[in-house]
Write a protein that binds this ligand. Structure first.
Ligand code: PAF
Length: 283
């Protein structure tokens, strides 16, 4: 069964009012479309956790700091709806832009701390755009729970923090990164890799996991990261934007491993910016 595609907030509200009246638990899976198995794993988790599932598809202009990146972002609504069909979600919310940003829109949700550094340092305004749209989608859907992938680990922490700080009554559920057989983390951006770049791309995950293992065994953090950076460049990546060890939860920089940590990377291959992260544990 194909789910109804809703483009107006009033139509979404009419549905959710009815569901709430029935006592249904509502889940939301926020996306920007170009759905892949990673998104579908979030949908599956949402289906298992709630009575009603809303998938939102909105390419949010406010989180793109590069106009070219926004223009090139894949828009594949028809195939997205076809991919969702087997999951029998209850609604696909594809808001018209003015339903999210009406004329004169003047509010920004800005999360300090966890949004600093990493992607926050390299994509000015990005997390303000994410925090603002996610807050709106939470309020528009009035969902009880929301599903996010760990692939965008910093985004996940930004969302958790805004929910806590603003007392938004929603449970944020983190789901593991889904990978190709060769380790490449699924991303809508992978669609833009040439065949040659696609062949080189898994080197990022390989370097990340071997650095995480080395740090876990007690090897020097700075030296290990320097080696991993060289390995990524030697594999054909043009630039390593950042490769950093941070504390899980707070994202505070970690110079030597003393608790649960995360190794996070952003690197570009043929002008395509890829990000990934893995947990780091001692022992
Ligand atoms: O991760 C994404 O696809 C986007 O950042 C999100 C959470 C849908 C907000 O636009």
């Amino acid at each position: 069964m194909t789910a109804p595609i809703l483009r107006k907030l009033a139509d979404l509200r009419a549905l959710t009012r009815e569901w709430r009246g029935n006592g249904d638990r509502i889940a939301v899976v926020p996306t920007m479309g170009a759905l892949h198995e990673g998104h579908l794993s979030l949908v599956q988790a949402a289906k298992a956790a709630a009575d009603r599932v809303i998938v939102t598809i909105f390419v949010n202009p406010r989180q793109f700091n590069n106009p070219e990146d926004l223009a090139n972002y894949p828009r594949t609504e028809e195939s997205d709806a076809a991919k969702l069909a087997p999951f029998a979600v209850d609604a696909i919310y594809v808001p018209d832009p003015d339903q999210v940003y009406p004329e004169g829109f003047s509010t920004t949700v800005s999360v300090a701390g966890v949004s600093a550094g990493l992607c926050g340092a390299h994509r000015p305004g990005h997390f303000d755009g994410v925090a603002t749209v996610v807050t709106k989608l939470f309020l528009q859907t009035q969902a009880d729970c929301a599903f996010f992938g760990e692939k965008d680990y910093q985004q996940l922490l930004v969302v958790k923090r805004l929910v806590r700080d603003l007392d938004i009554p929603i449970e944020v559920v983190a789901c593991p990164t889904v990978r190709e057989g060769d380790g490449l983390a699924l991303s809508s951006r992978n669609l833009r890799l040439s065949a040659a770049a696609r062949a080189k791309a898994p080197a990022l995950y390989t370097a990340l996991t071997s650095a995480a293992d080395a740090i876990g065994r007690g090897e020097d953090v700075a030296a290990t990261l320097e080696t991993a950076r060289k390995v990524i460049l030697a594999a054909g990546y043009a630039e390593v934007e950042y490769l950093e060890l941070r504390a899980e939860g707070s994202l505070a920089p970690v110079a030597s491993l003393s608790g649960p940590a995360r190794l996070l990377v952003a690197a570009s291959l043929d002008d395509i910016r890829l990000i990934d992260n893995v947990p780091v544990r001692a022992g």
